[in-house]
Design a protein. Structure first.
Length: 321
């Protein structure tokens, strides 16, 4: 049975931050020898640290095997709570730096490629104008990947499509805006000269669509279904902003873009919203943070700026169904 360390004094004297850092590195690398090499100490020194932690806690932290070590369920529990403690300590240092220099700081942002190219870029640009020494490390990926990164504190905040159940107690989400989807074509497409188009007329065109397994792809499928159609078979499925932009520029393809992209980047993309009657193509865009994680003042400032930028989004006129 694990020993119970029941006072802050005992924890402070017996669990040292330096030893926890060694423990984290062993978990990350899966090897005492590799951890010793990275720390530039001997392997016996690393072994002593792990042995001391196991003695203090009264449990086995690693299973040894020929290829290295494997963390036990006790190690995973210590890793989860210990990482959170280190993160809060690191956040405290950043808060002190921010308070001493309110024009500097860091916001680690996770989002999709499309939201990065439109909405998130606009939020960063607005905030950076007033606070040019704020840095913005970003990470792109699916919502599920971003959730993992948020739990692991590799990002501070996620800007992503809503729609999935966030019953997970780890997260706090707030809707920023409703995101309509619009059918668009490049400026060289013959469709841009039409004043009214029925969606069925475009069913045989070349389409560039988000992958079906994504939230955006599911919304597009629902939109076609609501209009009595199936998703076109002559479609290129990709989440790549560059690929979609390049194909639209040929004038031979049509696509769907979220309202925020149309608002912030239509001129850059050189596309035009087509007068197509649509139903059922609406999503939400949420800002999500980690529950019970103290946000730095600069992250809170970023979220406040995101709320303001969200209010500025104007939705293009849509044809009536």
């Amino acid at each position: 049975m694990a020993k119970i360390i029941d006072s802050d004094d005992q924890i402070g004297r017996r669990l040292r931050l330096r030893d926890l850092r060694v423990f984290f590195l062993v978990v990350q690398l899966g090897s005492l020898a590799k951890a010793a090499t990275q720390l530039r100490v001997s392997q016996p020194a690393v072994s002593r640290v792990i042995a001391d932690l196991e003695r203090i806690l009264g449990v086995k932290l690693f299973d040894r095997h020929t290829r290295g070590v494997q963390p036990t369920l006790y190690a995973n529990a210590l890793l989860s709570r210990g990482r959170a403690a280190f993160d809060e300590l690191r956040q405290g240092v950043r808060d002190i730096e921010f308070l001493s220099d309110p024009a500097a700081g860091e916001v680690k942002i996770g989002s999709s490629e499309f939201l990065m190219a439109g909405f998130v870029a606009s939020v960063i640009d607005r905030l950076a104008r007033d606070y040019p020494r704020i840095s913005f490390p970003t990470m792109e990926g699916s919502t599920s990947i971003m959730h993992v990164a948020l739990r692991e504190r590799r990002v501070d905040v996620i800007i992503a499509l809503g729609g999935r159940s966030l019953a997970d107690e780890d997260f706090v989400s707030e809707k920023l805006f409703d995101e309509d989807l619009f059918v668009v074509a490049g400026l060289h497409s013959p469709w841009v000269r039409r004043r009214k188009i029925d969606l069925v007329e475009l069913s045989r065109e070349g389409w560039v669509l988000p992958p079906p397994e994504t939230l955006a792809g599911a919304s597009v499928a629902q939109g076609f279904s609501a209009n009595g159609l199936s998703v076109p078979k002559t479609a290129v499925f990709s989440s790549s902003v560059a690929l979609r932009s390049r194909l639209l520029a040929t004038g031979r393809y049509v696509s769907v873009l979220p309202a925020s992209m149309v608002h912030f980047a239509a001129n850059h993309w050189q596309v035009k919203v087509l007068p197509v009657a649509l139903r059922g193509m609406r999503q939400t865009v949420d800002v999500t943070t980690l529950k019970r994680r103290a946000l730095s003042p600069v992250v809170e400032r970023f979220i406040a700026c995101a709320r303001e930028v969200a209010k500025s989004i104007s939705v293009p006129p849509r044809s009536k169904a």
